[in-house]
Ligand binder design. Structure first.
Ligand SMILES: [Zn+2]
Length: 280
């Protein structure tokens, strides 16, 4: 039973913008804003400061030294080991997600530099079936960490995921153990793993690799948790605190190390990397 296909793979092109519209309306303040101005402002509303959703391509551009990105993902895409079908067949869902995002899967692995320091970086894209972790994402994350070991570099993972990919059943759940095992090898090699949680980092991704960083940074406004709020409330029959699963709650309870504004993330990463590289 094949869990990967090597056909239909394509590299990501950061120059190619999937959304060509010039203007957008801010859902928070209602202002009509010029898209390019928003992009230059880290996809933050210039009027009210609302964070707009970032695609993986935009996230990479916002964090790395300009022009330093090389897509080093493995040339694989998801197959359909369970012949899964809900409202549509799983292969069709994948093709539609590829079309929409211009990505081969829900994660990109890149070789980049940040403030001049070479690192391997994995970035998820929530538009691609909710950034869910199936066999391909698990394999790509492991590949990224193995590349980091081979090149003696740090590994950075930017999560934006609803959790395990239901369409792959147990194959998806297995990725939690698999990524955690390779993460252990990174630790044995004394190479830093920096995990960045963004809105949302939940389910099997939060419960495995995203929570295993040496340093765990949440972008301001991140939602961090395992099961959904309603599911937990119904299960334990208790009211949850109003700030449950927010960045502030996670910080207060020791799940993460710090909360950083989007516009400061790159500089923060530079500082953390500088600390580790200086100590090596
Ligand atoms: Zn606004």
């Amino acid at each position: 039973m094949a869990i990967f296909k090597d056909r239909h793979y394509f590299r990501v092109n950061l120059e190619k913008k999937t959304d060509e519209s010039l203007w957008m309306k801010c859902k928070s303040c209602g202002e009509l804003v010029f898209k390019r101005r928003v992009r230059e402002n880290n996809n933050i509303c210039p009027h009210c400061g609302e964070y707009f959703f970032l695609t993986a391509q935009e996230r990479i551009e916002s964090l790395i030294d300009k022009g330093s990105f090389t897509d080093i993902s493995k040339p694989i895409v998801a197959s359909d080991p369970l012949s899964f079908q809900d409202t549509k067949p799983y292969p069709q869902r994948i093709e539609e997600a590829q079309e929409k995002t211009a990505l081969a899967s829900a994660i990109i692995i890149g070789s980049v530099t940040i403030v001049g320091i070479p690192v391997v970086m994995g970035v998820m894209d929530f538009r691609f079936i909710g950034g869910s972790m199936g066999a391909v994402m698990g394999e790509q994350i492991c590949h990224g960490m193995e590349e980091a070991i081979r090149c003696r570099q740090s590994f950075i993972l930017v999560s934006s995921s609803g959790g395990a990919r239901i369409q792959e059943g147990l194959f998806a759940l297995l990725q939690m153990a698999k990524t955690a095992a390779v993460r252990g090898r990174l630790a044995e090699e004394h190479l830093p793993f920096i995990s960045i949680m963004t809105y949302p980092t939940t389910g099997g991704v939060q419960a495995s690799i995203a929570s295993l960083g040496d340093i765990i940074i949440a972008e301001k406004g991140a939602m961090i948790g395992f099961a959904g709020r309603r599911v937990i409330q119904n299960t334990i029959a208790e009211e949850l605190p109003s700030n449950y699963q927010t960045d502030a709650f996670a910080l207060e309870h020791g799940l993460i190390d710090r909360v950083v504004n989007r516009e400061d993330l790159r500089e923060e990463l530079g500082k953390v990397l500088g600390f580790f590289v200086g100590a090596q």
